[in-house]
Design a protein around this ligand. Structure first.
Ligand SMILES: Nc1nc(=O)c2c([nH]1)NC[C@@H]1CN(c3ccc(C(=O)N[C@@H](CCC(=O)O)C(=O)O)cc3)C=[N+]21
Length: 284
């Protein structure tokens, strides 16, 4: 027994290849390739790795990537000016400002300054609101990647009990909206939730995004449940691990995502899809 693995690396590679084929066809028809601007402020080593992976994905998809690597001393005004310049640049389809930003910069203000049609992270309140109102436009990449993985299980989510552990703006909340859009019954748990274990025990689908290694215990998982682990935690030994106690959960679940090689690569695939969609929306 034991769960089947949802291979994020494989699914991501398929999606990036699909995007790449569409880009190649568009370029063959004489149109320019989609262009993604990636803005990195400061020198957080994890951010540098993610940004490098995003640039590699752009190459695979045939996108142009414009990279802005700026010092931690950058002022908020300077960053907002750059965002406005990219908003107005007709050669730029997608704008991604890597988070977290240095503390002296108000990230919400930066996100709200991005043209919602170029907001390929799906973080702008406009895109978040569209998702909440059942008319998604650019969907937040990580929760959208979660939904694509859930589709790969072939399990119908309609009426299923889904429990989201974590209520962050980038994972838990948008994941809950995605699951609701798929017509699951959604419970969102957070640090004030009582009897978390009981809530997880009742779930047909568990989505964990809290950023604490092994926070969701394997024996909480209902036999046959689907487990999607969005956590990416780097341990002292340098290894990555998720938020779910994988080895025990794996024995009980029907499907489970590994870390690494699960949701992480899906986030990047969905970013490529959003950038193509933004390009098509802006340059029909
Ligand atoms: N504006 C913005 N948009 C983001 O989408 C965004 C962000 N800021 N800030 C940081 C988080 C984190 N994130 C990841 C993307 C891919 C992997 C990924 O591909 N992970 C690999 C492992 C990579 C490694 O070895 O570290 C995996 O899970 O297999 C991880 C994390 C995007 N984020």
């Amino acid at each position: 027994m034991g769960a089947q693995l949802l291979d994020g690396k494989l699914i991501s590679a398929e999606i990036i290849a699909e995007v790449g084929a569409k880009v190649a066809a568009r370029v063959a028809a004489g149109r320019r390739a989609p262009a993604l601007a990636v803005v990195l402020v400061g020198d957080d080593p994890a951010s540098a790795v993610y940004v490098r992976n995003k640039k590699l994905a752009c190459e695979k998809a045939g996108f142009r990537s414009l990279s802005y690597e700026l010092p931690a001393s950058l002022t908020e005004t300077e960053l907002l000016d750059l965002v406005r310049k990219l908003n107005e640049d007709p050669e730029v389809d997608g704008i991604l400002v890597q988070l977290p930003l240095p503390k002296h910069i108000d990230a919400d203000r930066v996100i709200e300054t991005i043209n919602p049609l170029k907001d390929v992270d799906g973080f702008h309140p406009y895109n978040f609101g569209r998702l909440a109102l059942k008319m998604p436009l650019l969907r937040p990449c990580t929760p959208h990647g979660v939904m694509v993985m859930l589709e790969k299980t072939g399990v119908d989510l309609v009426g299923k009990d889904a429990v989201v552990v974590g209520a962050s703006n980038i994972v838990g909340r948008p994941a809950a909206l995605e699951l609701l859009l798929a017509r699951a019954t959604v419970t969102v748990c957070h640090s004030k939730t009582r009897d978390l274990a009981d809530k997880v025990r009742a779930a047909d689908v568990v989505v964990a995004g809290v950023g604490i290694p092994n926070f969701v215990k394997g024996d909480w998982i209902k036999p046959g449940a689907i487990v999607i682990d969005v956590g990416i935690n780097r341990l002292d030994n340098g290894k990555l691990c998720g938020d779910v106690e994988f080895d025990v959960a794996r024995e009980r679940a029907s499907w489970i995502t590994p870390v690494p090689g699960g949701v992480g690569p899906m986030t990047i695939a969905m970013l490529m899809r959003n950038t193509l969609d933004a390009c098509l929306n802006l340059n029909p």
